[in-house]
Design a protein around this ligand. Structure first.
Ligand SMILES: *[C@@H]1O[C@H](CO)[C@@H](O)[C@H](O)[C@H]1NC(C)=O
Ligand SMILES: *[C@@H]1O[C@H](CO)[C@@H](O)[C@H](O)[C@H]1NC(C)=O
Length: 413
């Protein structure tokens, strides 16, 4: 697009944006102005907008107008429309048929697809609403984790305070990792307090557990504070300084470059698994392009979503040093007892398929850029009577584990 046209469109957008975000109703106070300013920064001019049945508005934004390009280091960036390399070989012309683990799973789409799709050349962005920002303690911190948030499976010299976060995970360390893959069972755990959350994801970690930890994360989450509801949503996170000044969820800051017009970060996943009922899962692959150094993300078997440019990171501009897969909840102990916020299905691993949540076919990308089974998988949980994890291995599911739990119960008071 011509620069003048772009500027003109932007000015028009600024002028009409109050109609989009209901900011007209805002009283002119400092916070109101701050909110409006931040909304204008986050929400880009949409070519088309789709109202999702869950209340979200999905803006189809021209690909070259996405939040990534607000990053000073991305000003002259040429978008990579496809990775140079794919660990499953789909870009070399020999697409492998990935076996589906023998489980009958229907394809999972996003809820907003019921009401439309974004055209080619655009990307779908979940619009940030006034009420989203009003929920945040600080407008500037919306979309940024409040606490350091990754499991520390072993006592570390520089132990980072975990602020009541609890995990049940499987992990590997001790090699150089260039990516990770997993198929994650999708549930809708109950959240006790709006400031708590429950998620299932993997972490690709670089560096040590100190103030310069690098992390790339993807999975699903239920987070009333972030989204204003209890829906299960696809999310990503990145940081290059242990969750301090860099990184954010989804596209809520500049960093991730999206190329896909089908999948919106932060959108509700549909459908969800039921207890003793149909099971649904999502596959996520993140890998490093050995040529450009970008970290790519794929959702399902055919949605290459985009990439985190390598220069966002320090350690991860080379490789990861640890991969973790599993669940995390916040236990705020608001009533002096352990939270009742559930992890996964809210049931313990012992209950098995159809009842407990699972993460299956966990794999890593090794130094030769190939996907393979991880070696020497460890497990970790802060308190197995609240949330637990149980490893397994078989032909269809490869390396897998069941994980999760109800939180508060007679053994976890
Ligand atoms: C972008 O390109 C312009 C013109 O070539 C140059 O002056 C500027 O330094 C570049 N910016 C970055 C961040 O590379
Ligand atoms: C989310 O669920 C909790 C109970 O688990 C409920 O109290 C709360 O009202 C729900 N929040 C929303 C926004 O629906």
């Amino acid at each position: 697009m011509d620069m003048k046209v772009k500027v003109l469109l932007y000015l028009i957008f600024l002028f009409i944006s109050p109609l989009y975000g209901n900011t007209a109703r805002l009283s002119i106070n400092r916070r109101g102005l701050e909110v409006k300013k931040h909304m204008n920064r986050l929400n880009k001019f949409p070519i088309k907008s789709i109202k999702s049945p869950d209340g979200d508005i999905i803006d189809c934004v021209h690909i070259s107008n996405q939040p990534a390009f607000d990053h000073p280091l991305l000003k002259n960036h040429t978008i990579q429309m496809r990775p140079n390399y794919h660990p499953e070989g789909i870009f070399t012309g020999s697409k492998k048929v990935v076996k589906d683990g023998g489980v009958k799973t229907k394809p999972i789409t996003q809820m907003w697809h019921k009401n439309g799709r974004c055209p080619e050349g655009t990307i779908p962005i979940r619009r940030t609403k006034e009420e989203d920002l009003m929920r945040a303690n600080s407008v500037e911190k919306y979309g940024i984790k409040k606490h350091k948030s990754m499991p520390i499976p072993k006592p570390q010299p520089n132990l980072i305070n975990q602020n009541g976060h609890q995990h049940a995970i499987a992990f590997v360390e001790g090699e150089k990792y260039y990516g990770a893959k997993a198929t994650i069972n999708v549930w809708d755990p109950k959240i006790q307090q709006p400031n708590e959350f429950s998620l299932s994801q993997f972490w690709i970690l670089g560096g040590s557990f100190s103030e310069d930890l690098n992390s790339i994360e993807a999975g699903w989450q239920v987070s009333p504070d972030l989204y204003g509801d209890n829906n299960t949503r696809l999310f990503t996170y990145w940081t290059s300084d242990a969750y301090q000044a860099t990184g954010c969820y989804n596209l809520l800051c500049s960093g991730f470059v999206q190329i896909n017009n089908d999948i919106a970060m932060g959108a509700s996943i549909y459908p969800i698994s039921g207890y003793h009922n149909s099971q649904f899962d999502i596959s996520i692959l993140v890998w490093k392009d050995p040529q450009e150094g970008n970290w790519w993300m794929q959702y399902g078997s055919d949605h290459v979503l985009g990439y985190w440019p390598g220069f966002l990171f320090s350690y991860l501009s080379d490789s990861g040093s640890m991969i973790e897969w599993g669940g995390e909840v916040v236990n705020s102990e608001s009533d002096g007892q352990h939270t009742t916020t559930q992890m996964g299905s809210g049931h313990f691993p012992e209950e098995g398929f159809g009842k407990a949540s699972y993460i299956r076919n966990i794999q890593i990308v090794d130094e030769t850029n190939n996907l393979r089974a991880p070696k020497d998988i460890g497990t970790f949980t802060e308190d197995s009577s609240c949330y637990d994890v149980q490893l397994g291995k078989n032909g269809d599911w490869g390396n897998f584990f069941y994980y999760g739990g109800p939180g508060r119960n007679p053994n976890c008071p």
